[in-house]
Design a protein around this ligand. Structure first.
Ligand SMILES: [Zn+2]
Length: 357
């Protein structure tokens, strides 16, 4: 095996790590290249032995050193990318939040009306209201508890932790109104719903909360009122599953992400169920389309990188307290009504199958 070939393969391997992050197919590609590299290297040695062109000890060591350096550099790239994504506060007050402004999107939420609708839809359950004060205004959020007699499982649903991802918050009143009509549907499941979990952000159309902080990066220190509320609710409810309703800013396609406590079988089951709604969720990770679509479970490598980079989102927190977490990521480039129905149908599909978790 020539050193030159090794360097080229190493370079390809390194290039494939660019943009890795959460994108499972690229991570897959990276490892596929790694295996190819090792295989070619081994074959090279065998071939050289056959043709009696023995590799010198020096060449052999050089090749090992290249592979080692490539692995280290990929890991370091991934750590830095994740570190950037782990920052708690951007220092941007909600009024100056970027996404809606940059894309000329008008916040679809009329907050006062929304809270009234949410209250009405959850009247059959027990409601604990709370609020966050910002610039002299109180922004309400509700903890909705529904416990059918003889329930066997409990789910905890969190909506719109990122205020510029409104589909989750808007899906909850629809889901509850439907549940009230037919309570036999999910007879055995108790529900705790925290909604909207970034009320100031939802009202003002910002990803961050009233302090300019990303609530979903605050689970290690729990500085923010919203994070404390989420963590206390989880501790009190001890749910069998946490469902976190998000949207991505149109960069990926709709997908479900999970920590390692959710099985791949369950993810595939949910994706298959959602095909019935003409929701294109059914391509699984490793589909090599280089698109993030379908089912994505964090593997050991992702967990290792997240730990080193200090990423502490809800999936990480769930992992530390042994609770499965699924994050719904709706594609924000779709019309709002579609995103609301995708989110609502995903909740229902998960509830229908929760026994198979
Ligand atoms: Zn989000």
């Amino acid at each position: 095996m020539k050193n030159k070939t090794l360097i080229i393969l190493g370079g390809l391997f390194l290039l494939s790590s660019v943009g890795a992050g959460y994108i499972a197919p690229i991570i897959f590609l990276k490892w596929a290249l790694f295996v190819t590299l090792i295989a070619l290297f081994t074959l090279g040695i065998i071939r050289d032995r056959r043709s009696k062109l023995h590799l010198t000890k020096k060449t052999y060591l050089k090749a090992i050193l290249i592979i080692f350096l490539v692995i280290i550099s990929i890991t370091i790239t991934d750590i830095f990318k994740t570190k950037k994504n782990s920052r708690l506060c951007q220092g941007e007050k909600p009024e100056h939040s970027q996404y809606y402004k940059q894309n000329g999107i008008k916040n679809p939420i009329e907050f006062e009306k929304y809270i009234i609708d949410l209250h009405t839809a959850s009247r059959f359950a027990s409601i604990t209201p709370d609020s966050i004060e910002y610039n002299g205004i109180n922004y309400k959020y509700l903890t909705i508890n529904y416990e059918p007699v003889n329930y066997t499982k409990r789910i905890l649903i969190i909506a719109s932790v990122h205020g510029d991802e409104p589909a989750g918050a808007l899906a909850i009143p629809k889901f509850l109104a439907d549940l009230e009509k037919d309570k036999n549907k999910f007879q055995k499941i108790a529900m705790t719903i925290l909604c909207p979990m970034n009320p100031v952000g939802l009202a003002l159309g910002s990803r961050e909360n009233e302090c300019g902080c990303n609530i979903n990066r605050d689970y290690k220190v729990a500085n923010q009122k919203e994070t404390k509320h989420i963590m206390n609710s989880i501790k009190a409810a001890r749910p069998n599953l946490i469902l976190d309703l998000h949207e991505n800013n149109g960069n990926w396609e709709t997908c479900l992400m999970a920590n390692t406590l959710v099985s791949n079988n369950f993810g595939e089951l949910i994706c298959n169920e959602l095909q019935g709604y003409s929701i294109d969720l059914a391509d699984y990770a490793f589909d090599l389309n280089l698109q993030i679509k379908g089912w994505h479970k964090r593997g050991a490598y992702r967990e290792f990188i997240n730990r080193l980079a200090g990423l502490n989102d809800l999936m990480w927190y769930g992992q530390t307290i042994n609770i499965p977490v699924i994050t719904v990521e709706c594609d924000q480039s779709l019309p709002l009504d579609n995103r609301i129905s995708i989110t609502e149908n995903t909740i229902k599909a998960i509830l229908r199958n929760i026994d198979k978790l």
